[in-house]
Design a protein around this ligand. Structure first.
Ligand code: ZN
Length: 258
């Protein structure tokens, strides 16, 4: 491991035992970006644009990642106050990638394909968010918690709504996004519980869990003392503290949401 390149390569040829070339044929075509017998050896990585740069996991990761255009709904999913597991499920929902039965069907899955929430319609992403009467009842109540009464009830329309709304960093902007993420998360969780564990919770119980989870999250955040924050604090039962960076959850400054 301590052998330097200059000890086994003279700038034109390897100084290695001949049998090594049978064992490691790639040695024949091995390409050195620059050979300098005096300089310290280092690993290099050829980037997409052909530029050769010093190897670093960060650089390689970036060059391997596909960089698509930024989606307009990203701010509704990835924001510092969101609950990570909720953000993940919401992200899958925005990409229409949650594994509902209609997707499994295309893989040859055979089983009960009805929605486990209403037991009436085929289970699909479109049905779950929120054509299903159970899921719709949860969403209708949760929208009110998040002051999003004008939010639509079908997922493609919700995507448009989120893209157009853009959610501000105001207290209700944060609460609205937390409620959306928690609603999707707990509807998905309830669907899975019924599918795999046959446990059932009522619409009211799921709404209560959404409310309590968002409330607990809000308790960990620090808000600026403003009129709208005080109104939100009354409804959600959290305290309005003076902005205190050291006191905020996860070390986030929480943007002094106001
Ligand atoms: Zn259903």
């Amino acid at each position: 491991m301590n052998t330097r390149l200059a000890e086994i390569y003279d700038g034109k040829e390897w100084k290695l035992p001949k049998e090594w070339f049978d064992k490691y044929p790639w040695l024949m075509s091995f390409n050195f970006h620059q050979f300098n017998a005096v300089r310290k050896d280092s690993f290099m990585w050829k980037m997409d644009n052909g530029k050769v740069e010093e190897y670093a996991v960060r650089r390689v990761y970036k060059s391997l990642c596909m960089n698509g255009p930024k989606v307009l709904w990203s701010g509704a999913v990835w924001f510092s106050q969101n609950i990570p597991k909720h953000a993940f499920i919401l992200w899958l929902a925005f990409k229409f990638r949650l594994l509902t039965q209609d997707r499994l069907l295309s893989w040859g899955f055979v089983g009960d394909l009805r929605c486990s929430l209403c037991k009436r319609c085929p289970d699909s992403h479109k049905h779950l968010f929120f054509e299903c009467e159970y899921a719709l009842a949860v969403w209708r109540r949760c929208k009110v918690f998040g002051k999003m009464i004008d939010a639509p009830n079908s997922w493609p329309d919700i995507v448009k709504f989120v893209e157009e709304k853009g959610f501000m960093k105001s207290v209700w902007g944060v609460i609205g996004r937390l409620v959306l993420a928690a609603s999707v998360y707990f509807i998905w969780q309830e669907r899975n519980r019924r599918q795999f564990e046959e446990e059932r919770r009522s619409v009211q119980q799921v709404c209560d869990i959404v409310f309590e989870t968002v409330r607990l999250r809000l308790l960990g955040l620090t808000f600026k003392d403003t009129v709208s924050v005080r109104m939100a604090a009354d409804i959600w039962g959290f305290e309005v503290k003076a902005k205190d960076i050291g006191n905020s959850l996860n070390g986030f400054e929480n943007l002094g949401v106001g």
